[in-house]
Design a protein around this ligand. Sequence first.
Ligand code: NAD
Length: 478
Amino acid sequence: MSERLSIRNPRNGEYDYEIVATTAREIASITSRMRVAQKLWREKGLEYRVSVLEKLKTAVAGRREELVNALSTDTGRLYISVAEVDGIASAIDRWTAVARAQTAPETKNSKAMPFIEFRSEKEPYPVAGAISPWNFPMTLSMIDALPAMLSGGTAIIKPSEVTPRFAGPMRRAVAEVEELKDILHIVDGDASTGAALIDHVDIVCFTGSVATGRMVAESAARNFIPSILELGGKDPAIVLEDADVERAATSLLRASIVNTGHACQSIERIYVHQSHFDDFVEKIVAKAQNVKFNYPDIHSGHIGPIIFEKQADIIKTQLAAAVSKGATVHTGGEIEHHGGGLWCRPTVLTNVNHKMTIMQDETFGPIMPIMAFESDDEAISLANDTIFGLSGSVYSENIEHANEIAMKIDAGGISINEGSLTGFMHEAEKNSFKYSGMGESRMGPAGYHRFFRKKAIMTNMGDAFPIEAFDEKNANFP
Ligand code: NAD
């Protein structure tokens, strides 16, 4: 029996949508059809695949309103929902350029045995699985599927059960492109559908929490398939003594609260040189107090409701624990109830320390805990005192100084004089360090190469190797 799941609307708290979870048996049947379809998809070549994805662009554009409505209902925010839909076309263009830049494998002669010619071919994984979270439902569903398809493979996506509404219109857009039949599938469901998917794909790309990432990696290992994990973060920002404080306050506010702080690359800890501490706190508090909810009208304001109600509990618990241990709340600090939704104003905290969960665990809300530091070494050691290593930021008017600090932060993407640049540009290759993930870079050309296995083709242009060559009497050993 298929399981029905009720979906909550974060603006009014009502469970006003339902999905039917795709079963393990259905996933087995879908992926076996995908394996058949993949052969021709691959054979037809890159330019054919590009032309089909161009049609997908048109189909998505034709359903722009439907997709934006679905996404903004699930997430309670509009600007980013539009960006998610419109971003599909630019992502297709970007991956097309990367794919077209690849050159044919070169045939070489072995240095050790020059009569042997060899080349390294690249063979796509036939079926790639993508399991995605609720914070950017469409972007993070398509982010791996697009390069996987361009590589000559097929893709099956399991979006988050918290924000699955876009899947319906997206499936309709895909269905308009006949050539994508059994090349791109989007299934519905929760953890059990995600778990079943791992049993039927050849590579799994997972975006989500560390706890689930570990389960995904274990299941993938059992099946001997690669898992690429993009997990949580606790990104630090360091505002150095020679930083422009006004600039740092402007960009760190945005980087900490955009999408209501529901971003893996959100700044979650701010370390400010003691000489600027009071000035920085005053500036960021003033700016934070100008931030408006997009309530009651979704067309105005800067941040939406907390998308996932369980996240509100996490934010609330971390805030309460910090306050009970002496943290000072300068602005915000409450989970507010408006119109049935849960909301959190940008919250600035001081008197925090690393014994507090708010400085250790991912918060995933618009919370800015700020600590002072005296020396660069202290700032680096605070920034690195975490199990996470996703990304971080450094602010300094001296770019050389900023670079020196950036190189000492144990994380995969460091923005200088800006926050969370990894959310805006995709060219720079980066790995997730520590518990923030595993596997090749999702950004830059490596993001495309992830979907291939290498196959060596070796030709002996000389005489056959006879067994006589292995005669024990010829062994050069006393
Ligand atoms: P989650 O781990 O709870 O769920 C993610 C997805 O995994 C969902 O689709 C869920 O249904 C599925 N899932 C759950 N259990 C599973 C299992 N046993 N096997 C297979 N699939 C399973 O994460 P979430 O709450 O949806 O997302 C928030 C997390 O995602 C945060 O930690 C955030 O930092 C992280 N994230 C990371 C990145 C990145 O690029 N590093 C980007 C966005 C979000």
